[in-house]
Design a protein around this ligand. Structure first.
Ligand SMILES: CC[C@H](C(=O)O)C(=O)SCCNC(=O)CCNC(=O)[C@H](O)C(C)(C)COP(=O)(O)OP(=O)(O)OC[C@H]1O[C@@H](n2cnc3c(N)ncnc32)[C@H](O)[C@@H]1OP(=O)(O)O
Length: 347
């Protein structure tokens, strides 16, 4: 229990305050610049629990580097404007699903934005009509279907999204098309969301017999309240143009083609009368007071994810969901639920 609590204290201290210090990180001689950039998000005090978190995240990071080296698809592209940065999730053939390379890219982008002093805002959007369809199921199937590895991914992405949420910038997710699973969680890590008419935020995890892995349940409850969040997490119903505003989940709805431009105008009208440093100060002063409790909940969320990830039930639900997508793509109706099969990993 002591280990869990002090790891929690570490998370509350580091991920919210975004303390950036150089620290010894990777034991592997093959660590690349991404490992060293990730290690800079940890303090040099290196308590045993901090080293444990770094080790777990470092293992995941190295798996992503292997995926990237083996020709992993997709990228997360950063475009720095005068006042607004644009993060583009770029894997359109897979509805911008997060491949190993994209996890790497996203962490590097967050590290770059942590030292971008003249900026005022950052917009996350997806390529070609989708926001993000969550983790790349091919990468997941190939590398991540063990509870211990799923836990590493969860700690890594929760920590990186908490660093993103702590940036001294106004962050907006411009959601056009599907934002499913981890993609829905990514949208909750932004201060605000702008929907186009095709926006569809869906926490599909329950359909896969898993819970949220990137801190999305905790953040969703903070945005729309615990009772409403519970409904959308369990039902997997969409948050879209018909309910997004009354839930307080999105600020406005616009046409697909106007999404980025409308978001920039909205940011400028609402926030840009203030200088960049003042925006940063007010961002910090308006964050939740009890960050320790928030980080404790994020740690609990990762531990719960580990309990549900990589089980027979998860495997079967993932296979059923994939079969359903194939059937609906072929225009067929879904037959009765298939019987649970043995988890190939447990044999
Ligand atoms: C990492 C864990 C995390 C978590 O939740 O904890 C996750 O996010 S797990 C993944 C959860 N996400 C999903 O289950 C979404 C799966 N995708 C879909 O339901 C649909 O693709 C949808 C609704 C996003 C878009 O539907 P649409 O009809 O517009 O497109 P297609 O289904 O025909 O897909 C086009 C093309 O993209 C591939 N694709 C889509 N999503 C993924 C994905 N997450 N990983 C890998 N590949 C994905 C899909 O297979 C199609 O490929 P094709 O070769 O053209 O058949």
């Amino acid at each position: 229990m002591a280990t869990k609590l002090s790891l929690l204290q570490h998370l509350s201290r580091r991920s919210f305050n975004g303390i950036i210090k150089r620290a010894p990180f990777s034991s592997s001689s093959s660590s690349s610049s991404s490992s060293s950039s990730f290690s800079s998000s940890f303090s040099s005090s290196s308590s045993s629990n901090e080293q444990e978190l770094q080790r777990l995240c470092g293992e995941f990071l190295r798996g992503c580097e292997e995926d990237a080296a083996e020709g992993g698809v997709g990228s997360v592209d950063l475009l720095l404007g005068r006042e607004i940065a644009e993060i583009k999730l770029n894997n359109p053939k897979k509805r911008n699903a997060f491949s190993g390379r994209m996890f790497l890219d996203f962490e590097k982008v967050v590290t770059q934005l942590e030292s971008w002093k003249e900026g005022k805002a950052v917009i996350i959007h997806g390529a070609e009509g989708a926001f993000c369809s969550g983790g790349d199921l091919d990468f997941v199937a190939k590398s991540l279907m063990f509870p211990a590895v799923g836990y590493q991914m969860s700690l890594f992405m929760t920590h990186t999204l908490n660093r993103f949420a702590s940036l001294p910038l106004i962050s907006v997710a411009m959601v056009r098309g599907p934002a499913h699973g981890g993609g829905a969680e990514l949208a909750t890590a932004c201060d605000y969301r702008i929907f186009t008419r095709t926006a569809e935020v869906r926490f599909v995890q329950a359909r896969l017999a898993i819970t949220t892995g990137f801190g999305g349940a905790t953040r969703l409850a903070g945005i729309i309240g615990g009772k409403q969040a519970l409904k959308f997490l369990c039902s997997t119903d969409p948050i879209n143009m018909s309910n997004g505003r009354q839930l307080g989940f999105c600020e406005l709805i616009c046409k697909d083609a106007e999404g980025l431009d409308i978001t920039k105008v909205w940011l400028s009208d609402v926030f840009f009368k203030a200088p960049a440093d003042i925006i940063g100060h007010y961002k910090r002063l308006t964050r939740p007071l009890d960050t320790t409790a928030l980080r404790q909940r994020h740690l609990e969320e990762s531990e719960t994810f580990r309990e549900t990830w990589g089980t027979d039930r998860h495997f079967q639900a993932k296979a059923d969901a994939a079969a359903e997508r194939l059937r609906s793509a072929a225009g067929q109706r879904s037959p009765p639920q298939s019987k649970a099969k043995e988890n190939p990993q447990s044999s």
